[in-house]
Ligand binder design. Structure first.
Ligand SMILES: *[C@@H]1O[C@H](CO)[C@@H](O)[C@H](O)[C@H]1NC(C)=O
Ligand SMILES: *[C@@H]1O[C@H](CO)[C@@H](O)[C@H](O)[C@H]1NC(C)=O
Ligand SMILES: *[C@@H]1O[C@H](CO)[C@@H](O)[C@H](O)[C@H]1NC(C)=O
Ligand SMILES: *[C@@H]1O[C@H](CO)[C@@H](O)[C@H](O)[C@H]1NC(C)=O
Ligand SMILES: *[C@@H]1O[C@H](CO)[C@@H](O)[C@H](O)[C@H]1NC(C)=O
Length: 425
């Protein structure tokens, strides 16, 4: 009888530990189910959420961020902050740790997202790892397109496609509060547990500078910085936050979250000061109370929450100059981004849909040129030259009048990369 009891106890203990093991595994995997597909060039991993992704509303704001407000009417002066001269392009080769790039794509943003990824790979030599969060119905399209890229580009990156989701623990609460697509980026530190750092960009971004140069900004962080963004505006007289916001925001004009560098390791470890508790809160603990406190007062969703966080934690933010996140606001009423005037535009952000309509033809010209460029052709004769011709037709607009800022850095970068390719042949 005693032996029987012992065996029973042992069994229960074993069962308990195996249950614990299974649980810890499940939670470390989140609710992802990973499928690895090994191809000849590179592999792609597709994660599909077991819970009901189809139920998640397909919400993707047509317009994003205060920059989307249409009520600007003042002229702009030239009072933007100055910036240090840019580093020379670093185009190292070889098998280094990949650079991580994350994007969230919903609705009709697939083509735009692919054009953004294309713009990155046209210029970059270092291997990259893409983390694409997308609505389920877009997954196959992404895979088909990315896998069809010629090997000289396809061999430089791996990608993982994830469903739009919230992390395990507070799934239900978050689902009730946040628009899944728009707020997904807030959850990257919790979802991508194994990633140290990443570049997050909106889908309406084009890289005019190699990704490795963007990545290099991460190493400029001092010991307290854990994220980097650009100011929302250069010109307070036409900026949004300082005139209209009913919540705290970072600095004088707020920050724009369309291009955001994140050291996820640090974000996960940090305790953030806030106006709700006297002790600092972890990133994952902060979002819900912050949302509850400010939900009546926030206009631009997650970007407002980000601004509130860094208002209370300014020592955690690295602010990079406007040419790393150049938007129509920087030229629409006159050119006000000093960094771009000095060194040219490094990252173009076509917010308010300007890549797709006729309001800012200079922005659209760059988007169309990159989208149409046949991958394996010459970067100078098949991309830069037709682009210059097209940009010359946009001088009837304010942004078109300063179109040389768009190619000031991009032109020499393309010429340089094409030259080194020709030498390698
Ligand atoms: C992609 O993943 C494969 C398999 O893990 C690896 O061998 C390859 O180096 C990776 N490529 C890049 C560009 O990271
Ligand atoms: C991010 O921060 C961690 C902890 O400080 C550090 O070890 C790591 O090198 C940083 N990552 C990058 C890319 O700088
Ligand atoms: C929200 O805005 C109102 C009106 O400006 C203000 O009185 C209130 O303090 C704000 N709420 C918070 C939590 O800041
Ligand atoms: C890092 O830089 C930020 C912004 O300039 C600053 O507020 C913070 O005090 C710096 N941290 C350290 C440890 O110097
Ligand atoms: C653009 O226009 C300027 C001035 O009219 C002209 O000098 C230049 O050659 C044009 N460039 C292209 C690429 O058409």
């Amino acid at each position: 009888m005693r032996r029987y009891m012992r065996v029973l106890v042992l069994c229960m203990v074993l069962a308990f530990f195996s249950a614990l093991y299974v649980c810890s595994h499940l939670s470390s995997l989140g609710t992802f189910e990973s499928v690895a597909v090994v191809g000849d060039l590179a592999f792609s991993r597709s994660a599909s959420l077991q819970s009901d992704v189809g139920k998640i509303a397909r919400q993707w704001p047509e317009t994003r961020g205060p920059g989307d407000l249409q009520d600007y009417r003042h002229g702009a002066g030239d009072t933007g902050s100055s910036s240090a001269p840019p580093p020379p392009p670093q185009r190292g080769r070889g098998r280094e740790e990949p650079m991580h790039l994350a994007v969230v794509a919903c609705g009709d943003r697939q083509e735009e997202t692919l054009t953004m990824l294309k713009s990155a790979m046209l210029l970059s030599a270092r291997p990259a790892s893409f983390h694409i969060f997308a609505e389920e119905q877009l997954h196959q399209g992404f895979r088909d397109q990315l896998d069809s890229w010629p090997s000289m580009y396809r061999s430089k990156f791996n990608y993982t496609i994830y469903p739009i989701t919230f992390p395990g623990e507070n799934q239900e609460e978050w689902k009730k509060l946040f628009k899944p697509c728009a707020s997904q980026r807030l959850f990257l530190p919790i979802l991508l547990k194994e990633v140290d750092s990443l570049i997050y960009v909106d889908t309406d971004i084009l890289f005019l500078r190699p990704l490795e140069d963007v990545w290099a900004l991460l190493s400029r962080f001092n010991s307290t910085q854990l994220a980097a963004m650009s100011p929302e505006h250069e010109e307070p007289r036409i900026a949004w936050y300082n005139r209209f916001a009913r919540h705290p925001f970072y600095g004088t004009t707020g920050v724009n979250s369309g291009v955001m560098l994140m050291n996820l390791t640090r974000i996960r470890a940090a305790h953030f000061k806030n106006d709700m508790t006297s002790v600092g809160l972890r990133w994952g603990e902060l979002l819900v109370p912050l949302y509850h406190k400010y939900k009546q007062n926030i206009t631009w969703g997650d970007q407002d929450l980000i601004n509130i966080v860094f208002h209370y934690n300014p020592e955690n933010l690295y602010v990079f100059p406007c040419h790393w996140n150049f938007r129509p606001d920087h030229c629409i009423y006159g050119s006000n981004c000093d960094a771009a005037k000095q060194a040219g535009v490094f990252i173009l952000h076509g917010n308010r849909g300007v890549f797709h309509d006729s309001r800012q033809p200079a922005f659209r010209a760059i988007y169309d040129a990159i989208k149409k460029f046949p991958f394996e052709q010459d970067l100078v004769s098949a991309l830069l030259a037709p682009l210059e011709v097209e940009l010359n037709r946009t001088t009837h607009t304010y942004c078109g009048q300063v179109h040389h800022l768009l190619t000031q850095n991009y032109g020499p970068t393309l010429i340089d990369i094409q030259r080194s390719r020709d030498q390698d042949r």
